[in-house]
Write a protein that binds this ligand. Structure first.
Ligand code: PLP
Length: 207
């Protein structure tokens, strides 16, 4: 049985095709907005996520630090999981760069609940008094809503064949798609023959 290593995104390795794409990508000066690859990446991501714009970040740590700096004022407290990367693996960067403290929550298996966030918020209010920013802190679970999904067995390039089956089913039953479909990769593409790759294709639909 082959095991899938889920310790982190960092244990994955780029395939030969990914390395080739990186080596051959057209590049330019991003400060002047002249890097066509970065421009395309930002445009595609903004469109896919339904946002006004996207900004390429060179690393996860950079993304976390920019987020903290953008969303806080010096003296604020960041409520996060005890084992979150920003608290546990980024040293004193956020306190040094953004002047914030941390309120770490012990959540089971990396999960924090709405109740834990509310308790943390109330304790911070008690310690420091309320503020308009603290009023805005909320816990947002992401729900997919109703969706159609189908298992695709085969190469990624063959997905249109399976998507067509789902499209026909949606049309036959009067379902209207919402946004774009996404993919859940069940196989390790480094160890599985392309014709045996298993991928869930899921497309949200209107209620
Ligand atoms: C949630 C999270 N944030 C930040 C990072 C750090 O990313 P980077 O190594 O690109 O700085 C990681 C890396 O695994 C991560 O999982």
């Amino acid at each position: 049985m082959s095991a899938i290593d889920l310790r982190g995104d960092t244990v994955t390795r780029p395939s030969d095709a990914m390395r080739r794409a990186m080596a051959e990508a057209p590049v330019g000066d991003d400060v002047y907005g002249e890097d066509p690859t970065v421009n395309r990446l930002q445009a595609v991501l903004a469109e896919r996520l339904g946002k006004e714009a996207a900004l390429f970040m060179a690393s996860g740590t950079m993304s976390n630090q920019v987020a903290v700096k953008t969303l806080t004022q010096p003296g604020d407290e960041v409520i996060c999981h005890r084992w979150s990367h920003v608290y546990n693996f980024e040293g004193g960067t956020a306190p040094a760069m953004s002047g914030v403290g941390f309120y770490p929550i012990e959540g089971e298996h990396g999960v924090i609940t709405a109740e834990q966030v509310e308790v943390a918020r109330q304790q911070v209010i008690k310690k420091r008094g309320g503020s308009p920013e603290l009023e805005q802190v909320r816990f947002e679970p992401f729900r997919e809503g109703k969706a159609l999904q189908i298992m695709h067995i085969g190469a990624f390039a063959d997905e249109p064949r399976t998507l067509a089956v789902m499209d026909a089913y949606a049309a036959e039953h009067g379902y209207t798609y919402r946004g774009k479909h996404h993919e859940i990769y069940l196989s390790d593409f480094r160890k599985t023959a392309p014709e045996r790759l298993r991928t869930i294709l899921r497309h949200p639909i209107e209620d």
